[in-house]
Design a protein. Structure first.
Length: 308
C-alpha cells in the first residue's frame, strides 16, 4: 500500500472512532495549537473541556507534523484555538486535508487569539516572495510570553466557550476570575524578582522574547537569527560576538530547540552565560501550567542576571 493511501486509511479509521464534539453534559472537545493555549483553555474550561495540543512543548512550534489521529480530533472538535499570524504555517495544510469538515477561519469553531492582544513588531517589513513561511511577517506571534496578555486571552476563551455551552457561562467566568487572581499575584511576584535588573541587556537565539522583555523592563539588543528560522552567516556571527564582548552583554537566552553547538559557540566567543528559558508549558517538568512557566523562567533569568 502506498504511503498516501496508508495515511488516508489511517485517517478514515481514526475519524470513524472519533466521537461527537460533545452532547448534553459531555465535555467540549477543544484542539489547541500549543501547550500554552491548552493550559489557558483548561484554566477557563475546567472539567467542562477536554483539550489536546497539536504541538509538543519541546519541538519547534513552526515545524509540526499533524498526525492522522490529531486530524480526526481536529475535525470533530467543538473549537480550535490557535496562536494565529504566521506562527503555524503547518495548520493551513492540516485544515485543507479535512475539507468541509475543517473549522472555518473566523467561524464559530475557530478562535484566533492574536486578535485579542496588542501585537509587537507589526511595522517590521518582513514579507518577501522568497521568504520562509514563518517569518513574523504580521507581527511577532510569541505574545503569550507576556503574562499580562493572559488576561485578554482568557477573556476571549471564556466568551468562545460560553457561545458553545451557554448554560456554563457562569462557570467559565468564575474559573477565569480565579485564574486572573492567581495571575495578578504572579505578576507582582515576577515584577519584584526582576525589578533590580530593569534595563539589563540580553541577546536571544530566536525572536521569541520581546513581549517578555517589554513586560519586565529588559532590553534585547540582538537576536542571533537575522530572520526567524534562518541561522546567521559566519561573518554575522563573528560581528555579533565581538559586539557582545565590547558592550558587556553577558546573557544569552536560548530555547530548548536551539542548536546546542551554535549556542555553545556564541557563549564561548562572547564570554556569555547561557540562560535556557522555556517558551512553552510542559517544556520542563516544573512548567506544569501557564503560571508555573513564568515562575521557572523568571527565576532562571534573575539568577543569571544576579551573577557577577
Amino acid at each position: 500500500m502506498s504511503g498516501g493511501r496508508a495515511l488516508a486509511v489511517a485517517l478514515a479509521l481514526a475519524l470513524s472512532a472519533a466521537g461527537p464534539a460533545g452532547g448534553a453534559g459531555a465535555s467540549l472537545a477543544v484542539v489547541a495549537t500549543s501547550t500554552d493555549l491548552k493550559a489557558l483553555v483548561e484554566a477557563v474550561g475546567g472539567e467542562r473541556v477536554t483539550v489536546e495540543s497539536l504541538a509538543a512543548p519541546l519541538q519547534d512550534p513552526h515545524t509540526v507534523e499533524v498526525k492522522p489521529g490529531q486530524l480526526a480530533r481536529l475535525k470533530s472538535a467543538a473549537l480550535l484555538v490557535r496562536v494565529g499570524l504566521d506562527h503555524e504555517p503547518w495548520l493551513r495544510r492540516a485544515l485543507a486535508r479535512l475539507g468541509d469538515g475543517a473549522p472555518a477561519p473566523g467561524g464559530p469553531r475557530d478562535l484566533d487569539l492574536s486578535r485579542s492582544v496588542a501585537l509587537l513588531q507589526t511595522e517590521t517589513p518582513r514579507l518577501r516572495a522568497d521568504a520562509a513561511p514563518h517569518q513574523h511577517g504580521f507581527g511577532n506571534p510569541h505574545y503569550w510570553l507576556d503574562p499580562e496578555n493572559a488576561r485578554p486571552m482568557t477573556g476571549a476563551i471564556a466568551s468562545a466557550l460560553a457561545r458553545l455551552a451557554p448554560a456554563e457561562r457562569g462557570r467559565f467566568e468564575e474559573n477565569r476570575r480565579r485564574f486572573v487572581e492567581r495571575l495578578d499575584a504572579g505578576l507582582r511576584r515576577w515584577r519584584a524578582a526582576l525589578a533590580p535588573y530593569r534595563g539589563a541587556r540580553l541577546v536571544t537565539m530566536h525572536d521569541s522574547w520581546p513581549y517578555f522583555a517589554a513586560r519586565f523592563g529588559l532590553l534585547i539588543v540582538a537576536t542571533v537569527e537575522p530572520t526567524p528560522g534562518v541561522p546567521p552567516s559566519p561573518a554575522a556571527l563573528g560581528a555579533l560576538t565581538e559586539r557582545m564582548r565590547a558592550t558587556g552583554v553577558r546573557v544569552l537566552v536560548a530555547e530548548p530547540y536551539a542548536d546546542p553547538a551554535l549556542v555553545r559557540a556564541i557563549a564561548t566567543k562572547a564570554g556569555a552565560r547561557v540562560v535556557p528559558l522555556v517558551p512553552s508549558v510542559g517544556g520542563e517538568p516544573e512548567a506544569v501550567d501557564y503560571l508555573a512557566l513564568f515562575d521557572l523562567d523568571v527565576a532562571r533569568l534573575a539568577r543569571a542576571l544576579s551573577a557577577p
